[in-house]
Design a protein around this ligand. Structure first.
Ligand code: SF4
Ligand code: SF4
Length: 388
C-alpha cells in the first residue's frame, strides 16, 4: 500500500519514514512518555541557554517526523540522559540509529564522511599512514603478539598510535608492563581500527563489517586477553563485537592494573605527593560502571590524596569528546571541558587524572584556553609510571 502523506499546517507525517524510524530504533522509543528528564540532565543544558531538546527529538521520531534531526550530531553519547530515563529508553543508541538516516540522506557535517573514508583507506580516523602506526614504539623493543608466548595483547588504538600527546599514555603503560615482566605483544602496523568512531557516528552497517572482520583476526591470532588504553575501544570490544567462541576478554588497562595489584604482581616505589582529582570517562564509568578500578589504582600509590569533584562517578560531567564529537567543531563557550576543569580547579587538586585519550585532549585544551595555572592533566598510566 502506498504511504500516505498527512500534511498539517506545521508538520508532515510520513508513514515510510515512521516505519524506517521504528526499524532503526527497533521500537525502543515507544515507551517514552515525554517527561523531559533527558533534556534537563543533558550537559548541553550547562553550556547552551536552550540546551538540547532530547525529549522533542524522541517525540518527533515517535511520530515519524524528521524535524530537528540536524541536531542529532550534537549528542556526545555521554549516557547521562539514559541513566536518568524512567522508561529505560536507550537514548544514545536511538540517536546513533537515527544518525544513519542522515548518512542515507547525505545530511552530514563537513568532514564526517572523510573520517569513514580514512578508516577505510588508512585503518584509522586521523588520516595517518598505516605504515606509521607503530612509529611511537620504534625504540621500545616491543614484540608482535604471539599467543604461545604472551599473556596479553596490548591493543593500542588509533589515537595513542598517532596523536603525540596520547602516545605518552601508550609509552607509560608499556614501561609498566616491561618493568614488571608482563608478557605482552602488539599488532604493530597490522593493528586494525576498532571502529568506534564509525559506530558512534551512526554508520552501523560499516561498523558491523569492521567488527566481524576484526573479531575473526583476534580469533585467528589466538587472543584470549586484550587490554585497551581507551575506554571507547574497550566498550566496543566488550559490547558490540560478535563473540567467536568467546574468543577474547577485553579489559581496560586500569582493570588490568588493579588485577596485578590484587595479585601482588607489582608495587610502587616512589611516592607521588600530589592532590589529585579523578575525571570519570563516560565509557568507563557510566557505560560500564567501572568507577572503582581507576580509583583503587590511584589510592594505592603512596603520597596521593584523592579528592572528588562535585560531580563524580555516575554524575560526572562529560568532557565533550564522545559520540564522534572529536571530529566536530565545538565553539568556545559550548565546551563541557571548560566547566569540568573549573570544577577540578575548585578542589585545589594539582592533577586531573583520567583514563581516556579523548578526555585528556579535551581537558588539556580547556586548561590551555583558560590559562589555568598549577593544574595538569595526566593519564593514570602516566601517574603509575612515575610511581614505579
Ligand atoms: S527521560 Fe525517557 S521517558 Fe522522559 S522524555 Fe526522555 S526519553 Fe522520554
Ligand atoms: S547521551 Fe549525553 S549528550 Fe547525548 S542526549 Fe544524552 S545526555 Fe545529551
Amino acid at each position: 500500500m502506498k504511504a500516505e502523506l498527512v500534511t498539517t499546517q506545521a508538520l508532515t507525517i510520513d508513514d515510510d519514514l515512521w516505519e524506517e524510524l521504528m526499524e532503526l530504533t527497533q521500537g525502543a522509543i515507544a515507551p517514552c512518555f515525554q517527561c523531559g528528564v533527558c533534556t534537563t540532565t543533558c550537559p548541553w543544558d550547562v553550556v547552551r541557554e536552550d540546551g538540547f531538546s532530547v525529549r522533542t527529538l524522541i517525540r518527533n521520531a515517535q511520530l515519524g517526523l524528521s524535524q530537528g534531526f540536524d541536531s542529532l550530531w550534537t549528542c556526545t553519547s555521554c549516557g547521562q540522559c539514559e541513566a536518568s530515563c524512567p522508561r529505560g529508553v536507550p537514548i544514545a543508541e536511538v540517536i546513533r540509529g537515527l544518525r544513519y538516516i542522515l548518512w542515507k540522506r547525505r545530511n552530514l557535517l563537513p568532514g564526517l564522511s572523510s573520517i569513514l573514508w580514512s578508516i577505510f583507506w588508512n585503518n584509522n580516523p586521523w588520516s595517518q599512514p598505516p605504515s606509521l602506526r607503530s612509529e611511537w614504539a620504534k625504540n621500545l623493543n616491543l614484540q608482535i603478539f604471539d599467543a604461545n608466548q604472551h599473556e596479553l595483547l596490548l591493543y593500542v588504538g588509533c589515537t595513542p598510535s598517532y596523536d603525540r600527546r596520547a602516545q605518552h599514555i601508550a609509552m607509560a603503560f608499556v614501561s609498566i608492563l616491561q618493568r614488571f615482566g608482563i608478557g605482552f605483544g602488539i599488532l604493530g602496523e597490522d593493528e586494525p581500527c576498532c571502529g568506534e568512531a564509525v559506530l558512534s557516528l551512526g554508520h552501523k552497517p560499516y561498523f558491523e563489517e569492521i567488527a566481524i572482520k576484526n573479531a575473526q583476526i583476534f580469533h585467528e591470532k589466538g587472543v584470549s586477553k586484550l587490554v585497551t588504553l581507551s575506554p571507547h575501544c574497550y566498550d566496543v570490544f566488550l559490547k558490540h563485537y560478535p563473540k567467536i567462541n568467546d574468543s577474547f576478554e577485553p579489559l581496560h588497562y586500569t582493570q588490568f592494573l588493579r588485577g596485578l595489584l590484587q595479585e601482588d604482581r607489582f608495587e610502587f616505589h616512589r611516592p607521588v605527593d600530589r592532590k589529585i582529582t579523578f575525571h570519570d570517562p563516560c565509557y568507563l564509568g557510566r557505560w560500564n560502571q567501572e568507577y572503582e578500578a581507576p580509583r583503587q589504582v590511584l589510592e594505592t600509590i603512596p603520597g596521593i590524596t584523592l579528592i572528588e569533584m562535585e560531580r563524580h562517578g555516575p554524575d560526572a560531567l562529560c568532557c565533550g569528546g564522545g559520540g564522534g564529537r572529536m571530529w566536530m567543531e565545538t565553539p568556545i563557550g559550548e565546551r563541557f571541558s571548560d566547566h569540568r576543569v573549573q570544577e577540578a580547579k575548585s578542589t585545589e587538586a594539582s592533577i586531573i587524572a583520567t583514563a581516556c585519550p579523548y578526555c585528556i585532549a579535551c581537558l588539556e585544551d580547556s586548561i590551555k584556553a583558560q590559562k589555568i595555572e598549577n593544574l595538569e592533566v595526566l593519564d593514570i598510566a602516566e601517574i603509575v609510571a612515575r610511581a614505579i
